[in-house]
Design a protein around this ligand. Structure first.
Ligand SMILES: [Zn+2]
Ligand SMILES: [Zn+2]
Length: 299
């Protein structure tokens, strides 16, 4: 935004508001959707016109022009979607059928890490949560777009959710916002227990869009090769275990703050009759790994 517009007193959101008003029209969304539906782009004006349910070509032309530059790219070969146009369609599709997604809570595999009770997944406000049906202990509550519920059985939803949570945390821990790709900053907290019922935790906040993710410290270790290798030695494929069945990914009793200046946190990861000890710094980077039972650096 230019300084000139700041001085005219226009709000900072004038440009996004203008962009959004361009697509606040059914015919224009139909045009974007039709364009998106072509495997081969660019497409000719006549092809695109035929793909949209509108009979007046002058009207069609007018709406197409309004979309051009910002959402649609016009070249000598015809019309193509710009990235922003694709984003509009992706957002609509992700939320389609599901303005008010109504899925009954369903049981997922595994048992409560505290009381061994059954684990139940439920969906509200575009978040999927897994909680103990007996004691209520939270086993994670993370964003899951309603589009992810479409055409999936409860078991498939649970698997997709697990994959998504791993992916979200992998990006966040690497400093990339999973929503806008902005810079994500991670802080370590150990105050009052949060929504996840853990005190020692990592909080990832995007400096650009303010998207937030909160997680027990262990969760960032899910994609560590050394942890996967440790499980491998115990005959377990870590990638096949839903994160909520791993107590160190949902409880903070496996994490110990050893120092705070700078931060040094130990996470104990049990598998079979052995325990892997991993120490992390304030960036949640692995500093050391030791097997507590055989004392090897890497058992
Ligand atoms: Zn429980
Ligand atoms: Zn962001």
């Amino acid at each position: 935004m230019s300084r000139a517009t700041e001085h005219t007193g226009e709000t900072e959101n004038a440009e996004p508001a203008a962009a959004l008003s361009v697509i606040a029209n059914e015919t224009r969304l139909d045009i974007l959707e039709a364009l998106w539906g072509f495997d081969d782009r660019p497409v000719r004006f006549s092809e695109l016109f035929d793909a949209v349910d509108i009979s007046d070509s002058a009207q069609f032309n007018y709406h197409l022009k309004e979309l051009t530059d910002q959402f649609v790219r016009k070249t000598d070969e015809g019309y193509d979607l710009r990235f922003a146009g694709g984003q509009v369609i992706r957002a609509i599709r992700a939320g389609r059928f599901t303005q008010h997604p109504d899925i009954d809570p369903f049981e997922v595999e595994g048992a409560c890490t505290r009381c061994d009770g059954p684990l139940v997944a439920s969906y509200a406000d575009e978040q999927l949560s897994i909680d103990c049906g007996d004691c209520g202990k939270a086993h994670g509550e993370y964003p899951f777009p309603p589009g992810g519920l479409v055409d999936r059985s409860p078991v498939e939803i649970a698997t997709a959710f697990d994959e998504r949570v791993r992916h979200l945390h992998c990006l966040a821990a690497d400093g990339v916002c999973p929503v806008c790709s902005g810079r994500m900053e991670t802080t370590i907290e150990r105050e009052e227990p949060c929504c996840l019922d853990v005190a020692v935790r990592a909080e990832h906040v995007c400096q650009q869009c303010r998207h937030e993710l909160c997680s027990p410290i262990g969760l960032v270790l899910l994609d560590e090769a050394v942890v996967a290798a440790f499980y491998d030695e115990h005959g377990i494929d870590l990638s096949q275990r839903p994160y909520w069945t791993l107590p160190w990914c949902v409880d903070d009793e496996y994490a110990t703050v050893e120092e705070t200046e700078p931060w040094r946190i130990e996470v104990r990861i049990p598998a079979g009759d052995e325990t892997l000890r991993v120490t992390l710094d304030e960036m949640l980077t692995v500093q050391e790994t030791t097997c507590l039972d055989c004392e090897a650096d890497l058992c």
